[in-house]
Design a protein around this ligand. Structure first.
Ligand code: 2AM
Ligand code: CA
Ligand code: CA
Ligand code: CA
Length: 263
């Protein structure tokens, strides 16, 4: 497999898709909701996913695609090469803010993340990584992350974490929020993974993410030494939904050990 060629191809495809998203603001955007009223999807999410799929199927017919909007393949095993794609991560931001959303793509071979991309479309910020070759923010190599204690950490969590939840104890989470330096919530899992990898925040947690939300970001995180697991401390599932945490080394343990009490 010529991974260098796939890397160049994927980068140019993502940039082209980003351009299509930017010009979509000059057309009509139809907003629907999925099973839950606050889970939004637009015609642009679908068009961008179909754009990726048509190109990948044409140029890499043996590869499979696992995409959020369901136009790709039925994926029940991680065998072979799989492009895990979220055409727009942060659809609510896309609709309400017209910024702070990303294209997220991870390319996996037999379950191993080889290439990872997060493109913050409106800021034209491109994060990418090549397994064992390092991670980059635009053309800048990202340094390996150092440890940070919780008291000096800025943590990506959203307000739903402090509301009662059937899966996790609130008290310890409220303690974490009090003991850390600050919290942030960006509304795009991919952007939060990119921010942890580039040292802008120190950890990010979610109670429910899908493979395409994290696939690209996990390759990038891995290259800078960020630790990615589910909230049980295991490798996140890449075939279905799971809980998720990414954090600097040390901080990951500190959060899981002291503040995550699953019910
Ligand atoms: P999305 O925008 O691609 O749906 C904040 O909502 C983050 O969680 C986003 O990255 C969003 O991705 C993701 N997410 C995953 N599952 C979700 C769901 N069921 N409803 C809303 N957001 C979801
Ligand atoms: Ca979605
Ligand atoms: Ca997503
Ligand atoms: Ca999406």
């Amino acid at each position: 497999m010529n991974w260098g060629a796939i890397d160049r191809y994927a980068k140019s495809l993502i940039k082209e898709a980003g351009h299509k998203i930017r010009i979509s603001f000059f057309s009509t955007i139809d907003v629907d909701s999925k099973a839950e009223a606050n889970d939004l999807v637009t015609n642009i999410d679908r068009e961008i996913e179909r754009f990726f799929i048509s190109r990948i199927k044409r140029d890499f017919p043996e590869h499979r695609i696992f995409g959020e909007e369901g136009f790709g393949d039925e994926i029940e095993s991680l065998d072979g090469v799989i492009w895990m794609l979220d055409p727009i991560d942060g659809t609510m931001n896309f609709v309400h803010q017209k910024r702070n959303f990303a294209i997220s793509l991870g390319i996996y071979a037999d379950g191993i993340g080889m290439l990872g991309y997060i493109y913050d479309v409106m800021n034209d910020d491109f994060y990418h990584a090549f397994k064992d070759e390092g991670a980059y923010f635009n053309d800048e190599r990202l340094p390996v992350l150092q440890e940070t204690p919780l008291a000096e950490a800025v943590i990506g969590v959203n307000a739903s974490w402090v509301a009662p939840n059937r899966r996790i104890e609130n008290g310890p989470i409220a303690d974490m929020v009090r003991h850390c330096r600050g919290t942030r919530s960006y509304g795009s899992a991919a952007i939060e993974l990119a921010y942890v990898s580039s040292g802008r925040i120190d950890a990010y947690l979610s109670l429910r993410l899908s493979p395409w939300d994290i696939a690209g970001g996990m390759v990038i995180a891995q290259e800078v030494g960020a630790v990615t697991t589910n909230l049980k401390g295991e490798q996140p599932h890449l075939l279905g939904q799971d809980t998720f945490i990414v954090a600097r080394p040390g901080l990951h343990d500190e959060i899981l050990r002291n503040y995550i009490k699953l019910k």
